[in-house]
Design a protein around this ligand. Sequence first.
Ligand code: IVH
Length: 680
Amino acid sequence: MLPLFAFAAANREQAEKRLAELREQLNYHAYRYYVLDDPLIADVEYDRLFQELLRLEEQYPELVTPDSPSQRVGGAPLTAFAQVTREIPMLSLENAFGDQDLRDFEERLRRFLNSNEPLAYVAEPKLDGLAVELVYEGGIFTLGATRGDGVTGEEITANLKTLATVPLRLRPPAKGKVPARLAVRGEAYLSLTGFRELNAQRAQSGEALFANPRNAAAGSLRQLDSRITAQRPLAFFAYGVDDPTHLPCATQHDLLQYLAACGFATNPHTRRCPDLESVIAHFHHLATIRHDLPYEIDGMVVKVDDFAVQKRLGTKARSPRWAIAAKFPASQATTRLVNVEFGVGRTGAITPVALLEPVEIGGVRVSRATLHNEDEVRRKDLRLGDTVLVQRAGDVIPEVVKPVIEQRTGSETPIRMPTNCPECGHPLVRPAEEAVTRCPNPACPAQRLRSLIHFASKAGMDIEGLGKKVMEQLVQEGLVRDIPDIFRLRAEDLAPLDGWGEKSAANAVAAIAARKKTSLAKLLAAIGIRHVGEVTAQLLEEHFGTMEALLRATEADFLEVAGIGPQVAASLADFFGDPAARQMLATLQELGLTIAASPSAREWLRLSGTLFLFTGALLHFSRSEAKARVKELGGQVASAMSSKVTHLVCGEKPGSKITKAQELGIRILNEQEFEALLNG
Ligand code: IVH
């Protein structure tokens, strides 16, 4: 018996070593990619390492550690959040509005310190997200919590683990080792792109919209099911610790460098300022670049740099004396709501758009603002002629916040939703469970145009050179009527058109050809299935893997996908059950569109990391069918027995493989068990 046992132990030992290597490599490459924005290896290489890790962890579940990158994806949902009480409270900040308030702040510091010594500061962008604390013990992320009331917050460790910019293990800083305990504080936030995509999805499915990225970040982190958090592109910037006394840092500036060395993202627009004038200069600088940043900031936090001076200054009841938040003027303005226009989206959704008396907000002239949908109009009780508050918060698309009721004169008139499509005249419908009114006419020219524009756009197939204007022209000219037509375009059709030439025509045709090889997720997000955006498309690719599997799936199958609810499942079943849609997919295939399996998607399939071997005849499957089913679910098929095989499927009259499998401790399945495994 000894040799067998030794063999397993050696394997286990090897696996343990390899897993440690893989964790370190993967964590390092994720850090290069997400924190430094400077990847060292290609995505496919990362995926390959990740897959190897998953395979080994599946084989040796007892070797999974809390800092394994596999632990980022959410586990089982919680029933409630636990409370976390901290010894050193997370304080809030007093506000300053403008230069004079900042000068007064320094004046107060001087009076308190009773000295004229020079004061240096650190000025950091004030992100508008959610303050959280991350506790590391022995270098491992063990506890994450919201600020709550400062002393007591909610434990959201599993949710915070899903953020790629939250290190699961600290990197040892250059000099010295990782501290025994480190409580890092910072802001978890959602990028503007993330916010916009999330709201677009919610608008599509008739869910209430998030008012701003802050609310969206808070809502995403306060999810009992961390798999939902994992789908939201949240990030984290570190800006402090609970107590810097035991760290090798004398100043806030040192501390930020120390945190960066530990693997945290720190904000690149932070400046060390030798005096207050340079603080004020940086405030003005941030105010001019704030709208170019990929996330929302609502001001700048000024901190006295020297920890010894911070200590002398101390704290008041809720806020430290040594720091202040300099707030930007709000990017809101009031103006008059002149009229409302109704646009038709690609899924037929009717969107009310406010036409405004032009007004300048945050340096941009605004004359249109979205009203989202009928319910939002009703909820806000907006009327034509109202004075309205308009903001450009978190979105380049401005929105109407509310009417200024005090300024009503009585001459305002209600906003009427149209009963017929403003583009094709077809009567509109509004399903009882949705907030969205739609034009149900699949031939509605506005919808067709919008869906073609979407298909070619960045959120769809990302076909270079086929933007909105070009697509409008192609439809106008009758060259493109449906999606397959795009792949039928020839350079000689395009070259004679207005504004085109031989070269641009050839480029466009080449750009289209370049997208003929695509991923399932990309195609699904592009073809305009209602309620299916990039995130759901990714889930579908991960679950089904192939178009064939999707075409076979029933509504019940769609419901089985984690993250897909009844509304989306029904929409998918409708789409894939529609002969016209199936025909379109078949035509795309005839026109040369092929779907390449993406490795990053495959690794999440149910049989990922498995290696199957078959022996004996199966009753219900041909051998090639059985192999195909395994591969569809992400598994691999071996041609001979080896220690790498994970499952042996035995049909009638199995051969000697079964004895070998028993020796190697490989899982042995009969046909029934195999079928059950395939069906999940
Ligand atoms: S320091 C003791 N630094 O602003 C200092 N706060 O009222 C307390 N915030 O919600 C916080 N960016 O999360 C600090 N660079 C930054 C910040 C920042 C955003 C938030 C913080 C809290 C609020 C403070």
